[in-house]
Write a protein of this length. Structure first.
Lengths: 202, 156
């Protein structure tokens, strides 16, 4: 005969073993995700994913347009764009000096010639999406904030990263470095960050 | 070689040409429109500025395929009788010294006035920053743009 205290211990052991299994079988993905978001392990995974995302966001190819200055930067050293080029009212340059004046839909073939991609532009001045000079934690919060990210939800960030303008960073033409992750790895880490709760560093 | 069709100064053009050929060379060598100048060949000086569908572009880095089906306007097509306010103001102020960069300067200035008929000094600086003049005629360029803007406003 099993004594009451041993029965309690047996029930506790069974519950401990079976609960995660049952949770995996019967819980909705949303509920599971909620559980995962709140676990320290998932936070750590999310933070690590964002650190890798940030290594791309802080590369010269992104920072040169995601700047708080009145005009774009250029080069791997983020120096101000030659000829004092301005952001303009729509992020596409000033009245007679539009981005398109020089930037075509593809890179110029010669060294340091104007790079190009479809829809070449900076973020518009009302949502400059500037993270040049911010810490990684500040960039993280800015990327999540619709008021600072072009009114995008977290899932909306993915299509932006698939545009030809963002993809250009991995095909920048001669004389320019590429971000530290491949585009595929970058998007994968971004999705992982979002799916694991989009945690931001303190 | 590909067939490329577009308009230059309102006239239809059809060329059998490498689509990567810079528009500047097409204008100068195929079409004989030598008012547009070669300066740096790298979109750094503005001497080759023309309009494509009304927007100022650097023809030295614009492949001809990019203007297929579009309207290109060069300094020769700014007006048929030197009546464009920019042309009249340039003459009145006697802007040029050597003159080499002036077609590009004038095309950028015309593009500015087409969207802003009352530009401030700052607007002019922003719009014209990509057009270099080794003779240093910038003060006269600015004066002429203000004059042309006044003509544009008074003639509306």
């Amino acid at each position: 005969m099993i004594q009451p205290c041993r029965l309690s211990l047996l029930i506790c052991l069974c519950a401990t073993i079976l609960a995660p299994v049952l949770a995996g079988v019967i819980c909705s993905p949303f509920a599971l995700a909620t559980i995962q978001e709140n676990t320290p392990g998932k936070d750590a995974q999310s933070l690590q994913a964002f650190r890798e995302v940030a290594s791309v966001l802080t590369s010269p190819r992104c920072l040169n347009c995601h700047t708080s200055t009145d005009g774009p930067l250029q080069g791997d050293d983020n120096h101000p764009h030659a000829m004092n080029v301005k952001r303009g009212l729509d992020g596409k340059g000033s009245a007679a000096l539009r981005c398109r004046a020089c930037h075509q839909t593809e890179n110029a073939k010669f060294l340091h010639g104007p790079p190009g991609a479809a829809d070449w532009q900076l973020p518009p001045p009302n949502t400059p999406m500037a993270w040049k000079g911010l810490t990684i934690a500040e960039i993280c919060r800015a990327v999540k904030d619709p008021a600072k990210n072009g009114n995008r939800s977290l899932p909306d960030l993915i299509p932006h990263m698939e545009t030809s303008l963002v993809r250009w960073a991995w095909n920048p033409g001669p004389g320019r470095t590429v971000p530290p992750l491949s585009h595929e790895e970058f998007v994968s880490r971004l999705k992982e960050w979002i799916e694991t709760g989009a945690a931001c560093p303190e | 070689m590909e067939t490329t069709r577009f308009k230059v100064n309102d006239k239809p053009v059809e060329l059998q040409i490498d689509p990567q050929t810079p528009l500047l060379w097409v204008l100068r060598e195929q079409l004989g429109l030598t008012g547009t100048k070669f300066g740096c060949g790298m979109a750094l000086c503005g001497a080759c500025t023309v309009h494509v569908d009304g927007t100022a572009v650097r023809s030295c880095v614009t492949p001809v395929k990019a203007v297929a089906g579009r309207q290109v306007r060069t300094i020769e097509g700014l007006s048929t009788d030197r009546s464009h306010p920019i042309q009249r103001a340039w003459l009145q102020v006697q802007v040029p010294q050597c003159g080499y960069c002036q077609p590009g300067q004038m095309m950028s200035a015309a593009a500015l006035l087409s969207v802003n008929s009352n530009p401030s000094d700052s607007d002019i600086d922003d719009a014209m920053a990509g057009n270099l003049c080794r003779c240093g005629t910038y003060a006269r360029i600015r004066k002429a743009i203000h004059m042309a803007a006044e003509m544009t406003r008074s003639e509306k």
